[in-house]
Each structure stands twice: as C-alpha cells, then as structure tokens.
Design a protein around this ligand. Structure first.
Ligand code: PEP
Ligand code: MG
Length: 590
C-alpha cells in the first residue's frame, strides 16, 4: 500500500511507531425473536453475561499497579455501569415487552441511551455515551461468547472503530504502543486511560478502517493528530529521532510539574485544574495544579435523574477533602444548549443556545438550584471553596442568586445544619453582554472566570452545530482579544481576579496572549497543567505584554496569527514542535 497520511484529533500526546493491529470492528448483532417461555432464560443470560463482565473487570482491577490509581477508578466505574439499572433493567424490560433476545434488547437499550447524548456538541457528554457503548458491547460479547484474550506478546498500535477502557486493559499497559480510533473524544475514559498510561492516541480518524492493513507499520503522531500509514524510510528515521527527543522533553515537563509557574520576570499565575468528576481526583496533586479552577457539576445530573442533596454533599465533600488546602471553585449546574442533561425538564426551544441555559435554568427551576446550593454550602463549611455562576448576562442574575443563597442559609440555620458563611461568589464571562458590562459586573461579584469556549461562539455569532460556519471559529480574532482585555481590565479596576477556564488557557498561543493581557489564573484539564506551567516558565510577561499591545493594533486574525507564530519560535525555541496549538502551530514543524 502507498504511503498515506490520515488526520484526526490527538487525544493523548506522543509519538508511536509499530505494527498495526486491527481490533474487532464489526460486531454482528443477533436479532432473534423469542417465545414467551424463553423470556426468563434470556433475562438470566443477560444478567449472567453482565456479572461475567463485572467479575472479569474485577480481576483486571486487581492487577492494576498502584501507580495507575486513575486507571483503577475508571475500571471500577465501568464495573458499576455493568450493573446499572438504566442498562440492565431496561434491557430486561425490553426482552419481556418485545419478546426479543438479550443481545437485541441490549443493543436497543444502548442506542436509546446513546441517542440521549447524540447530536450534543459537548464532547464530555458524547464521551459518556462512549462509556455506555463500550460496556454494552462487552456484555454483548459475553452473551455471544466472543473472546477477550490478553495479548501482551506483540506490542502493537491498535486500530479500532472504538475502544473501551476494558479493551485497553486487556492488552495491558505494556501491550499497546499507540491507539487509533474512528470514534471517541478527548474526555473519553479511553483517552484518560491512554494519557494515564502515556500511550499516544488519536480519535476521529474517519477513513481509518478503510485504509488500515493488519501488520503494516504505522507512525502515530499524536502531537499534530495524524497517522502515517506505510511510511517510507525517511519518515521512519525522522520520527524515531523525533520520538526520542519528545520523550526526553515530556519527562522533563512531568518531573517539573510541581515547580512554580513563575515566568522569567517573576510573574506567578495560579494554574488550576478543570475537573468533571471524582474519578479525576487521584492525580490532581501530581499534576501540579493549585486547586480546582472549575469543577463542572453536571456529571451527577447525567441520565436525566436529579441527584439528592445527600449525594451532592458527599460528592462535593470528597472533592474538597482531596483538594485541601487548595481551593475548589464549584460551578453551579450548567444545563441547556449543548448540555442537554435534563431532557424531561428543559422545554423544547427553537434556539437552545440562546435559551434557558446555565444560570437562567437555575433561576427558573429554583428547587433544583436550591438543592445544589444547599449541598455546596454544607460541604464547604470548613473548606476553601468558591461558587461560580455560568452564562451570566447581567447584574440582576447575580442579585437574584445572592437572595436565594441568603434564603438557603436561613433555611440551613433553622435546621441546625452547619454551612459556609462567606463563600466567595464569582461569575463566568461567556456572553457578549457580560463582556460589555464587565465594569458593572465586577462590582457585584468576587471574581471573574472567562469561559472562552462559549464566549468565542457567542461573540462571533457562530452556531456550534453548524459546520458551514465552523471556519469562523477563531479564538485569536481581534474581537476576542479586545474582549479579553476589556474583561481583565474591568476586573483589575475593581480589585478582583480574572481567570480563564476555557480551552484557550491550555493553548500555547492563548497562554502568551493571556499572560500579556495580565490574566491572574488559568485553569485547564489536568493533563495540560504541567505543560502550561512549563510554557509559563519559558515566557517573559513584559515581552508578552509588548506583543499583545502590538496585536491589539492589528485588524485581521491572519495578521495576529503571523505575529504570534514568529513570537512562538522565539519563546519556545527548539521545543516548539513538542507543543500543539490548535490555532497556528499545527503544521509548523513539518
Ligand atoms: C467555557 O465555556 O469556556 C467553559 C469552560 O464552560 P463549558 O466548556 O463547560 O461550557
Ligand atoms: Mg461554558
């Protein structure tokens, strides 16, 4: 086969070279109707298969080395899914109701649950659907007797339609050189595992299965997000050397994760982590993050059910205990638009992105909001915590929230329950109105956190789901950079801090611009924290400020990119190829 480059999204950075192994990708679905007498037998077979998967995963968990705590927690959560009533009981009900075999019922249940999340732009929720799929496929394999033999003999690059953490586990940390998948995203558990095991991985490779050949050599470049199939001698030589240099660089970054982030001229930003759920807590301290700059609280509301106060208090207390003495910023429930978490409650809206989302939802559904506020206040009573409101568009929303918080505190006091008396209250800056009114809003809250993921879309008026305007997604657009300046300056004028917790905070170019604008804190997924701190140490805040002043005079995003690209060569020098920026650096080391 001729040399071919396929592009996708790098979900675990690194370079791997080795023979390709195709993992079973076409699962034959058994669709068999059954008679009433066989219903009990099919139900039993399903329960048995799920138990078999649980015990196989249990055995696998026991083999996980202590050093891979995160890995263990992911396996445990997969074990839980294997007995989740939303999967098992629904499939059993289908067997009874529709008189169909267990595999068919399981498949329908899986599709229904995954449909809940499909079409949702939020990669986090899409990836939870991947977890459900992975466990259902595995139970289906147990039902049909498909083998899951461990093969650690031959180290290979695994290519598949999708991979479950269990699939990865079967090969063991030593069996896989790299991963390539058609499906999956950066927050999938497989991606988390791959990063934990330092296995380079790329997802979203549309043509992979049509082009890949078993046994053929492949290069996985999970820095740029491409795979070279049938590479030539030159490619191999170049990439072998690049890989060694990258590994040395990565080791240096990791071992320096807990060092200060101070720039060359002594400016020290707080670098925190964005967390989605408890399973990520195990590695927080090692990542070098100073606390949690964004705790997304949506996970507990997945699947449409409302969590009770007790469960939330437990969750938040665990987060606080494991992060102490550093701070945890709890963002209140951010549903609506692309995060369609409570489909039974959220009304049908003509344009959900401009509808009842974030704080608007919470102010309408007060009971849900109050339950969450009670839980945060109770869990934070002796801890370093803060509360943050998403999608604020004006002063009245903050005032209304403050009133609700006061009333919740009165309630807790009357019940004799302990709670946090002075929880700082911050807001996310994600709407154009919040930018333009940032001087007003800064007087109403204790801190700003700029949600650049949403802000970019709202400022540039791009529908996230409309691929025809995806080309306009330019976080370095002059309008964005000016907005960031307006917000940061407004915060400082009122002596409050400004942070960024959107993707821009982990992009090398974004870091340069934000440092130059005088940002106080950055928060990003913990896998990015060591690299962010490393980059900060290489920068000079004064020079970045000069650069930003020049950028602010430019009229066009192409000019901004050109200037930044040249500056990045100076700032990062020979290590530039080891950093991937989604904006300007993608092909610069070809
Ligand atoms: C953002 O919008 O930048 C943000 C951090 O919030 P989320 O990605 O959860 O919408
Ligand atoms: Mg947001």
């Amino acid at each position: 086969m001729a040399r071919l480059i396929l592009w996708g999204n790098a979900i675990s950075p690194g370079i791997a070279i080795g023979p390709l192994r195709l993992k079973q990708s076409i699962r034959l679905l058994e669709k068999r109707r059954i008679v009433a007498e066989d219903v009990a037998k099919e139900e039993e077979a399903l329960v048995r298969a799920a138990e078999q998967v649980r015990s196989a995963l249990g055995a696998a968990v026991r083999e996980v080395p202590e050093t891979l705590q995160e890995y263990r927690e992911i396996m445990l959560s997969q074990m839980e899914l294997a007995r989740d009533p939303k999967i098992i009981d629904s499939a059993r009900a289908r067997i009874r109701r529709r008189k169909i075999c267990a595999t068919w019922a399981l498949n329908e249940t899986m599709e229904e649950l995954c449909n809940l999340f499909s079409g949702i732009e939020d990669p986090y929720l899409q990836d939870r659907a991947q977890d459900i799929k992975a466990i259902c496929f595995r139970i289906a394999d147990a039902l049909t007797g498909a083998s899951h033999e461990k093969d650690t003999e031959n180290k290979s690059i695994l290519a598949s339609y999708e991979l479950s953490p269990a699939d990865v586990m079967e090969l063991g940390p030593n069996g896989i050189l790299g991963l390539l998948t058609v499906e999956g995203g950066p927050t999938s558990h497989t991606a988390i595992l791959a990063r934990g095991m330092r296995v380079p991985a790329i997802a979203g490779m549309t043509d992979l299965l049509a082009q890949a050949r078993e046994g053929e050599t492949v290069i996985v470049d999970a820095l740029r997000g491409c795979a070279l199939l049938a590479p030539d001698g030159d490619d191999l030589e170049k990439y072998q050397e690049f890989r060694e240099n990258y590994l040395a660089f990565e080791n240096q970054t990791k071992t320096s994760a807990t060092l200060s982030s101070a720039t060359k001229d002594g400016i020290e930003l707080v670098v925190g982590a964005n967390l989605e759920n408890l399973s990520e807590l195990g590695t927080l301290k090692k990542s070098g993050a100073r606390g949690i700059g964004l705790y997304r609280t949506e996970y507990a509301y997945l699947g449409g059910a409302l969590p009770d106060e007790k469960a939330l208090v437990e969750e938040y207390s665990t987060v606080l205990a494991k992060t102490a003495p550093e701070k945890v910023i709890f963002r209140t429930l951010d549903v609506g638009a692309d995060k369609l978490l409570l489909p039974n409650i959220i009304p049908n809206e003509p344009n959900p992105a401009l509808g009842l989302r974030g704080i608007r939802f919470c102010l309408k559904y007060r009971d849900i909001f109050r339950t969450q506020l009670r839980a945060v206040l109770r869990a934070s009573r002796n801890s370093n915590a803060a509360l943050m409101l998403p999608m604020i568009s004006g002063k009245a929303e903050i005032a209304e929230t403050r009133e609700i918080i006061s009333s919740v505190k009165e309630e807790l006091k009357a019940e004799g329950l302990a709670y946090a008396k002075d929880l700082p209250l911050g807001i996310m800056i994600e709407t154009p109105s919040a930018v333009l009114a940032s001087d007003i809003l800064a007087g109403e809250c204790d801190f700003f956190s700029i949600g650049t993921n949403d802000l970019v879309h709202y400022l540039l008026a791009i529908d996230r789901n409309n691929r025809h305007v995806a080309y306009l997604n330019e976080p370095l657009h002059p309008a964005i950079i000016r907005s960031l300046k307006t917000v940061i300056d407004a915060a400082h004028a009122k002596n409050i801090t400004a942070s960024v917790c959107g993707e821009l905070a982990s992009d090398p170019c974004g870091i340069v611009v934000l440092l130059g604008l005088g940002i106080d804190e950055l928060s990003a997924a913990q896998r990015f924290v060591p690299a962010i701190k490393h980059i900060l140490r290489k920068l000079d805040a004064g020079l970045c400020a000069d650069l930003v002043n020049e950028i602010l005079t430019l009229h066009d995003v192409a000019e901004v990119k050109k200037l930044l690209e040249a500056a990045m060569v100076n700032f990062l020098g020979p290590e530039l190829p080891y950093h991937s920026s989604s904006f300007v650096l993608r092909k610069s080391h070809e």
